[in-house]
Design a protein around this ligand. Structure first.
Ligand code: SF4
Length: 174
């Protein structure tokens, strides 16, 4: 089944990309992260994620950087904590756009690594994905990125590949 994997950055996606590539899964990585600021940081993470995909020979797609729209959608939620209401909107926006893109391009499902980091609420990501999946009519695949040695492998790959590892999620420092 051909599917798209929404990735936020190289550190969160490296172990998942490696596992899927070794299993010879039919997937492409899509980078849709208009939440990342400033633009220079966005570019840095995008280049690094592309580098990981090249290592594993996985197609990499970059969608538009519409930070203006992201700001409009999250207006009034600037002071929400990480895992709060702003993150609900952010996850939903990104997943829905990627699901729409997947539908246009003939992919059969969408997955993501948005809940891989230990700072994230995986249930919150899954709720946003379910909502978007129902609206778009695109199945969402839950992919394991934390358990079964995945966190340890993530740490190993960050070191081995000398990945740029940012200190904040995307919209603002912790
Ligand atoms: S903390 Fe991360 S997930 Fe939450 S709104 Fe900001 S960029 Fe999006």
């Amino acid at each position: 089944m051909a599917f798209l994997l929404l990735s936020c950055c190289a550190p969160c996606s490296c172990a998942v990309i490696e596992k899927l590539a070794l299993a010879k899964e039919d997937f492409s990585v899509v980078f849709y992260n208009p939440n990342i600021r400033p633009l220079s940081e966005y570019q840095k993470r995008c280049v690094e994620n592309k580098r990981v995909c090249e290592i594993y020979n996985v197609p990499f797609i970059e969608l538009e950087y519409d930070n203006e729209r992201w700001c409009e959608l999250t207006k009034g939620l600037e002071n929400e904590p990480e895992r709060g209401k702003r993150c609900d909107v952010c996850f939903y926006m990104r997943l829905k756009r990627v699901m729409q893109y997947a539908k246009e391009q003939g992919f059969e499902a969408v997955a993501s690594v948005l809940g891989v980091s230990r700072y994230k609420d995986l249930a919150q990501v899954n709720r946003a994905a379910e909502k978007a999946a129902q609206e778009v009519g695109m199945p969402y695949l839950e992919i394991e990125g934390r358990k079964g040695g995945m966190q340890e492998r993530r740490g190993e790959l960050i070191k081995k590949l000398e990945l740029y590892n940012q200190t904040y999620c995307g919209c603002k420092p912790r």
